[in-house]
Structure formats: C-alpha cells, structure tokens
Design a binder for this molecule. Structure first.
Ligand code: GTR
Length: 328
C-alpha cells in the first residue's frame, strides 16, 4: 500500500494523540540486566525510563529485560557494542578487558569504606571512568554502588590461609582471577546465571558477592558461611550503545544523561534498604556470618599488593588510582 504524505501526517498525528492519552512512548530503549525485575538496578533503570518519558513528552522510555534473559553480561555488552541492544547494566568487572579504567574501582581493598567510595565514584574520579567508555564504543551513563563483595563457602574464611586451594567462582575478569590467585585460591570464572548450579554440584566450593546477590541467587543454600572479607567494591555501570547514541539529537542525549544521573540517588536509597533486607533474609535462611571484625584484613591487603601493580600498569592508570586513594 502506498500512503500519500497527507495520510502519513494524519497517521502521525493520530499516534501522537494516542501516545499522549495512554502515556506510552514512541520508542522503548531495551536494557539488559542479570538481576530480577525487583532488584535495585532494574527498579532504578525503570524509574529512569519514566523520567525520560516525562522529559521527552513521551518520545522515549526504557524497557528492562532482567534475569539474564538476553544473555550473560559479556553477551549483552557485545549486543550493545554492535547496536543490537540499546543499553545494559552490568558490573564494571564485565568491562575490565574492554575499558582499562573500569578496573580501577575493582582493585582489592581500594576503598576505605562506602563514604570513600561515594565521594570518588559519584564525584570527579567516577566521571573520568565513565568518560573512558567512549573510546571503546560505549556511552558510560552512571555508576551505581554495589556494596562490598565478600567470600562465601561451606566454611568460615578469616585469613589468607583459609583460602588455600579453595575453588572460587569469580566474574570473568583477569583482575578477579589474579585477585583470587594472590590469595592462594583456585579461581573459576563463569557467568552469574551458572553459579547457583556450580555451587550446588560442587563444581566450585565458594563464590564472592554482596549480600543482595548472595540472597537473590540463593547461593546461601550451598555456601552458607558468609565471611565479610569485603575485598572489593566494584560498582555497577549503566551504558548506552554509542552506535545508537550517535543517531539521537543533542537534546535527547542530554535528557538521557540527566535521567541517568538523577537515577543514582534514587538507586542508593533502594540499595541501602536491599542490603539490610538481604542480610536478614540469609540469616533467617540459615546462613552464618563471620563479621568484618574477625577478618585479618591486613593479611589480605599484603598479598594483594602485586595485583595493583599488575593492573594499574600505565602512568595514567596509576595517577587515577592515586587520585582515588588521596581523596579524603
Ligand atoms: C553482582 C552484580 C552483577 C554481576 C554479579 C556477578 O553483584 O550486580 O552485575 O556482576 O555480581 O558476580 O556476576
């Protein structure tokens, strides 16, 4: 069927009215995540979509695809790179091999505490890391805190000696592999969606994550001792496909950036509540906690020194690390 230009413009007008009355958007950006739809990352990105829809008069919204339904973090990053997917929220660890600057906040024991993290990662140092995604073909929109990652196994882990020979699942990242090797463990990289079965079948003895992921993925069923080693605090990152970004107007790009930035404080509130709730749920579910006060942090810090040198291996990266360390 051929449509006259008059017919097309009438049609467009009808669509615009329909959008205005239903609140639907002309286009939903698709965003992937490994977590379920109620997890703070997904609630925040959905909220960002609502804000974006308001700001663009219904032109754009965001549809979140959770539960690894579009694939692993590695798979979805590749889709974003080629423009087959608009956005993805992953842990920065998934970008270690692609954006060297993304390794900085994963360096073991880099952050003194969550205040130190917030000061830097929601400040100029975080902005620099986000800007570095550009040259790899991604638009870094926001960093979200992810608390501290700690070890969980069938036994307590209080010092480096307790890690010896332990088969530990890690995120597919050379930095995480080296971090665990430095502890004398045997790291096994695998995507998040496979860890539950890995622990259940004994393919791995242990894993490491924050309380919300430990709880959501039910890892506490097979690895019921959570030792607060708090060895790394890699943030989550929300990225947009540069391929698609370059087709958008400057105004729309600014609206997306603003909605992403505004989603951060919204996320932090959800995250804080989720951390508390998850800890309570795992304890109720039978998990035993080894508190941070019982961990030989000094011993761990000592064995991890070479890992900093191995990965912060250019003058630029070293300077960025130093900036984070020096931040008061
Ligand atoms: C979670 C993080 C996920 C994923 C997961 C993992 O804390 O939110 O993006 O990286 O850890 O360990 O694979």
């Amino acid at each position: 069927m051929r449509w006259s230009s008059k017919r097309v413009s009438t049609f467009t007008a009808v669509i615009a009215v329909a959008l205005a009355t239903t609140g639907a958007s002309a286009r939903d950006f698709r965003s992937a995540d490994v977590h379920s739809k109620d997890f703070p990352t997904n609630v925040a990105v959905k909220h960002m979509g609502d804000e974006l829809s308001k700001a663009t008069g219904g032109k754009y919204n965001i549809k979140v695809f959770g539960d690894s339904s579009l694939g692993s973090e590695k798979d979805t990053i590749e889709q974003v790179k080629i423009g087959a997917l608009d956005m993805v929220r992953v842990n920065t660890a998934a970008f270690h091999g692609i954006v060297p600057e993304s390794m900085i906040p994963s360096l073991p024991f880099l952050f003194r505490d969550i205040e130190h993290f917030r000061k830097t990662m929601y400040g100029p140092q975080g902005d620099k890391i986000l800007a570095a995604f550009d040259k790899a073909g991604f638009i870094g929109l926001a960093l979200y805190e992810s608390g501290a990652r700690s070890m969980y196994a069938k036994k307590p882990i209080k010092n480096v000696a307790d890690m010896k020979g332990l088969k530990v699942r890690v995120q597919p990242s050379d930095l995480f592999i080296s971090m665990l090797n430095a502890m004398g463990a045997s790291p096994a990289p695998m995507p998040m969606a496979e860890v539950y079965t890995g622990l259940k079948t004994g393919l791995v003895d242990a894993a490491e994550n924050n309380y919300p992921s430990y709880e959501e993925a039910k890892h506490y069923e097979s690895a019921p001792v959570y030792s607060e080693t708090m060895h790394a605090m890699p943030p989550e990152v929300l990225v947009f496909s540069k391929k698609i970004w370059d087709t958008l107007s400057k105004e729309d790009q600014a609206a997306i950036r603003k909605a992403a930035k505004d989603s951060v404080p919204f996320y932090v509130k959800l995250w804080e509540a989720k951390e508390k709730e998850a800890k309570a749920v795992v304890i109720k579910g039978g998990a035993k906690i080894v508190p941070a006060s019982e961990i030989d942090r000094k011993g761990f810090v000592e064995v991890e020194k070479p890992v900093w040198d191995k990965f912060a291996n250019t003058p630029e990266l070293k300077a960025m690390v130093q900036e984070v360390v020096n931040a008061k």
